[in-house]
Design a protein around this ligand. Structure first.
Ligand code: FAD
Length: 137
């Protein structure tokens, strides 16, 4: 079953650029081996990640990610079956978002949790659309 999972978390990286290089290196290899695709955005001190693929592979990968000390405060935004891959071209696309970018502003609102509506499947689906068009530019 094709599955999609999205979360945000708070970076605890001591050296973000070094840690990110290591995370992206291992993630892209592991995701390619297990047939996962997805995206990771960094915005201020937050990670925003979507993974999609076989449900068991998404779940096992998420367990590893969730126990990784380089971040904490994970909030799952989307964890559901899906009909298609939104990020089919990327084993793990990555972007560091500029401040004041629309997607960065949304991530800040999700992290602040100022409205429950910012933490729903509908909101995550809207984010998928915004992010795929951002990646394609
Ligand atoms: P190991 O590298 O031996 O990891 C063993 C355990 O230690 C894991 O639980 C890991 O989480 C943790 N760990 C590893 N390195 C460090 C470190 N430097 N500091 C603290 N804890 C550490 N992996 C993927 O396969 N796919 C992804 O899409 C993916 N996305 C990630 C997104 C974020 C925001 C972060 C922080 C990590 C991500 N990872 C991803 C990396 C993942 O957490 C594992 O490190 C990686 O999958 C290798 O795990 P391992 O058990 O094979 O090996």
């Amino acid at each position: 079953m094709l599955w999609r999972k999205t979360y945000i978390s708070t970076s605890r990286c001591e050296n973000l650029s070094e840690d990110l290089a290591a995370i992206l290196d291992v993630s892209r290899k592991r995701n390619a081996e297990t047939g996962l695709t997805g995206v990771m955005l960094v915005s201020g001190g937050s990670f925003y990640q979507t993974l999609e693929g076989n449900r068991n592979e998404v779940t096992q990968t998420f367990f590893r990610i969730a126990s990784d000390m380089r971040h904490d405060g994970i909030i799952v935004l989307q964890d559901a079956a899906c009909d298609y891959r939104a990020f089919a071209s990327w084993s793990l696309a990555y972007r560091d978002l500029p401040q004041d970018h629309e997607i960065a502003n949304r991530i800040a609102r999700i992290a602040a949790g100022d409205k429950p509506a910012y933490r729903t499947n509908v909101m995550a689906a809207e984010m998928d659309i915004l992010i795929t068009s951002f990646l394609s530019v």
